[in-house]
Design a protein. Sequence first.
Length: 459
Amino acid sequence: MGVRQEFRLPDVGEGLTEAEIVGWQVAAGDTVTVNQVLVEIETAKAVVELPSPFAGTVGELLAEPGATVQVGTPIIAIETAGGPAPGDEADAGAKIGEAGKDGRIATLVGYGPRQGTARRRPRRGGGAAPRSPSAPPAPPAPPGEPAAARETTAPNGSAHPNGERVPLATPPVRKLAKDLGVDLRSLAGSGATGAITRDDVRAAASAPAEQAVPAGGTTAGAPAPGRGGSRREPIRSVRKATAAAMVSSAFTAPHVTEFLAVDVTATMALRDRLRGTRAYAEVKLTPLAFVAKAVCLAARRTPEVNASWDEAAGEIVYYDHVQLGIAAATPRGLIVPKIRDADTLDLAGLAGALGELTATARSGKTPPADLANGTFTITNVGVFGVDTGTPILNPGEAAILALGAIKPAPWVVDGELAVRTVCQLALSFDHRLVDGEQGSRFLADVGALLEDPGLALTW
């Protein structure tokens, strides 16, 4: 006789306590094997797959697609040939990456290792005894991360527990449908394995359709009487995580922001020369790559900007390497993927890493591990034509640099007015970790390197 095993939503780490069921890859009656993908879930960080810890037959799906489920809640029941008795919690809610009572390790597709070493020293004014060096503490909820944009493989969509067909569509397509007011259940997908594509959604949105108005009410999404047009969306996923992280940062870390206008004419000239060389012929060399290199060099001279405040331990943590976050706008919202050990890369290496990071983020395939444990962030507001701003720190980091638009501007050179290529830099830092002198010195160093790249040879 089979044993009913309930698989509970596991703790995927990084402080997350809930996830949304995106779509089931199995249905009641299906035979499953250990590590076979059961379901896609969407956390505040990414859309990821959960593998089965059991082999057997699916007895019941306990959570519907679209439902938000708390960690530890049963989501599927599997009938196995044997194993722990009903009620045994050996694997229920097992934390990803940790071994259960039977020695098996809970796994989550897309997770990887954290970065390397760090040094700690007690905060000024005393504190708890130092503990062993470790990776930076994970932020409470860093600005989220992109969904894994890929086609599912189950034919004709997954099944609701109530028998209703769940349409196949990637998270960006679902978001587009929501924005355009298209019901995916009414569409037949033209993509691989019947998946609904963006073109399917756009075509449905542009097609004329009659909308029934219920008696005594208005249609869903219709404007309320006496008010202009509007629409509502639930606050979830990346937007919810971004809001929580930014509010936590703004009211926890005392922010100071400083500004610096920089003549980057020499840096832009260097970029043009490098583009003509064989070594950089295939490299996408952007101004951001030069800024990233300048940040890494300047951080060596002011290590306080590459640190974090550990309240619980009473320590300041100084990191040996720069885990460089690059703020990126994606269809799911703002995310900050990391270039690991960015200070160990040369200019070409940074340029290549930036290109790969951007392409991965836009395609929605950034793994959750790449979104956690940063030590310094750059946000390039200049790509939107914005001159400057006052960036908010990512939780757990000491500083963030905003790069403004690079454009011609009047500039005084040797006492005479000239047209130069100029940009604005804005540095926000945590005043608990970085004094005004240190923040000013760091910002001045970054500006000096961008104004005269040859200075790097003297540092």
